[in-house]
Each structure stands twice: as C-alpha cells, then as structure tokens.
Design a protein around this ligand. Structure first.
Ligand code: SAM
Ligand code: ZN
Length: 321
C-alpha cells in the first residue's frame, strides 16, 4: 500500500467540463499528481481512456493504486509532459481528444520535508520533482552556477528585488562552505530580505519559487507542451491549462492569443501572412476559484484556468523529434 496522497484538485469541475463537453475518448492528463482529475475523467464515461503523465514516481504510484479499478482504461507514463508525444506513441495512439495540464507542485511534494521544496522545514535543498535521475538539485545550482546566472534566476523567476546581493552572498559563502539545507538558505534570505519585503510574504518565498522553477525547467516544459498539444490534438480537441503564477499564465495566454490570431501583418499593410488559426479560445478571461472553493482550499487563490479548442488547420510547430 503506497502512502495516502493528499492533494485537493483545483478548479476541477470547470476543468473537466471544458475538457470533455464535446465528447471524445482519448485524453491525456500531463500532471497526474494524486489522480483526482484523471479519476473524474474516467468516471464520467466508460468509453474514455486516459494517459496519466507524472515525472514524480511517488505521484505515479499513488495514482496507479487509486485508478486500478479502471483497469486498462488508465495508462500511467513516467516522464515530463514536454514529451507527451512519446507517451502517446508508447500507448499506441496517434491523436488526442483532450489534454489537461494542472501545473506546478502538488501538496504532498510541498509538505514532505525531505523533498526540500519548503522553507518551513529543515531539509536538504533538493526541489526536484523527479528524484529518480541524476538531475541537478537546488543545492547543485547554488554551488555551481555563476553569480550572474543565479541573480537572473532570482529576478526572472521570482521577481526578487534583492536578487543581486543574494546571489553575491551565496557565491561568497560557497567558497568555504557549500550550500546544503533549506534552513541555511532561509536564514540568509531573512538577513538580506528581512522585513523590507513586499506584500508581507515570508522573505524566502520568492527565491524558493525561483529555484524550484529553475531546477525543474518549469517554463520550458510548459512552452514545449503547448506546441506539442497543437500537433497531437484532433480537430475539436480541447486543451485546458491551470497555472499558479503569473509567469506561467502569461506563457499560456500569449501562446493561445497567437494561435487564435487570424493575421499577424503590421496593421497598416494588406494581409500577406496567411496565418492559420490553430486554436479557438474558450475562456476570454481565465477562470478563477469561487469564494466557496477558496474557503475550502487556499491553494486555489492563485489558480487561473485557460481553455481552447483545436481547429482543423495544420500545426504551426513541426515535430521536434
Ligand atoms: C498540481 S499537481 C497535479 C494534481 C492533479 N491534477 C490531481 O488531481 O491530483 C502537479 C503534478 O504534476 C507533476 N508535474 C509538474 N510538472 C511536470 C512536468 N513538466 N512533467 C510531468 N509532470 C509534472 C508534479 O510532479 C505533480 O505531481
Ligand atoms: Zn496577415
């Protein structure tokens, strides 16, 4: 018996409705987590099958146990969602009727001290969602990256105002004393950022978020998955993305705006671009959590859901492998 996986899916009703309202049988959940969303897809209609991707074996094992009653309608796949085309091939499918991405970390990842995602616990600075390979940890980045690159990570992914002094202090200390634990880093951030910080957030918040994004290549993953979605969704197929911070939401918004645009020529000139519309946007404004959901699950406060429907134009982005 695997450990219970306590994660409450966010904006679930809206996500499943937008994903399945036009029918279809072949779905992919790129962020399986505890399997809560996949279970809803499978429960809704017995002709549906779902490929469930997660890069974290803990999630994959827990979800596989939960979804065992659905037999071979559920297809677990270990890896990153940027490789969703490989998952489809391995399952023997060629296209999809719907893709769901509920990005970010799960509650069990954040709440398991030894994963190193949270400054609330003393633990090794790991932060990898996939601990099965030899990918660099957060400590590896702090101990090896050039000072400028660290500062850029803190600024770009964390919007941390003190990115440069923080990067300087990190590099100074590592000469004699390599970084190892969350508590060491949190103490440095307390010293440099202290109480001067915006919006009453604990001083370690932004740097921890930035490191997590860098360790897991989260924004590259999202961009690659959106392009892959365009290649594999059948006409009418649905794409539903739930994101938790503005950097991710901006990527989804811009991608869909471009895909839905009929012309990309300069405004004063006649149209010569022959731009193809590959997605029709279904959510003019992103969906957010209701007051009722907010009361039950504070994680839903930052969630934004965007959905789109694939047209029958050929994809703009050609296959990368
Ligand atoms: C917010 S949780 C998803 C929760 C899920 N919707 C549920 O119902 O339980 C995000 C999950 O996606 C996984 N994940 C995040 N980024 C990923 C990526 N690029 N590739 C594969 N899995 C990823 C994480 O390991 C985590 O388990
Ligand atoms: Zn044009």
């Amino acid at each position: 018996m695997t450990q219970p996986f306590l994660h409450t899916p966010v904006l679930q009703q809206e996500a499943i409705r937008l994903l399945t309202e036009e029918g279809g049988t072949h779905f992919l959940d790129g962020t399986l987590g505890g399997g809560g969303d996949t279970e809803e897809i499978l429960k809704g209609d017995e002709t549906r099958e779902v490929i469930g991707i997660d890069r974290d074996y803990t999630a994959l094992d827990a979800a596989s146990e939960r979804l065992a009653p659905f037999g071979n309608r559920f297809h677990p796949w270990h890896g990153t969602f940027s490789h969703l085309e490989e998952a489809i091939q391995d399952t023997g499918w060629t296209t999809l009727d719907g893709i769901l991405l509920d990005i970010g970390v799960s509650s069990p990842q954040i709440d398991t001290p030894e994963r190193g995602f949270s400054f609330r616990f003393d633990a090794p600075l790991d932060m990898r969602m996939d601990t099965s390979g030899g990918d660099p940890t957060a400590a590896d980045l702090l101990n090896t990256l050039p000072q400028k690159e660290l500062a850029d990570i803190f600024w770009t992914y964390g919007e941390e105002r003190f990115s440069r002094p923080i990067a300087k202090a990190i590099v100074e200390r590592r000469e004699t004393n390599p970084w190892e634990t969350t508590t060491e880093l949190a103490a440095l951030l307390e010293r440099i950022v202290g109480r001067s910080h915006q919006h009453g957030l604990p001083p370690a918040t932004r740097v921890f978020q930035a490191l997590r994004i860098a360790v897991n290549h989260e924004l590259d993953e999202l961009e690659a998955a959106l392009k892959a979605a365009e290649r594999v969704l059948s006409p009418g197929g649905r794409l539903v993305v739930i994101s938790f911070h503005s950097l991710e939401d901006r990527i989804v918004k811009h991608y869909l705006q471009h895909a839905a645009q009929t012309c990309i020529c300069p405004p004063a000139l006649p149209c010569t671009c022959n731009k193809k519309v590959t997605f029709e946007i279904l959510t003019k404004k992103p969906c957010t959590a209701s007051a009722e959901e907010l009361k039950k699950n504070s994680r839903s406060a930052c969630a934004k859901l965007r959905a789109a429907k694939r047209t029958n134009e050929p994809p703009e982005f050609t296959r990368q492998y």
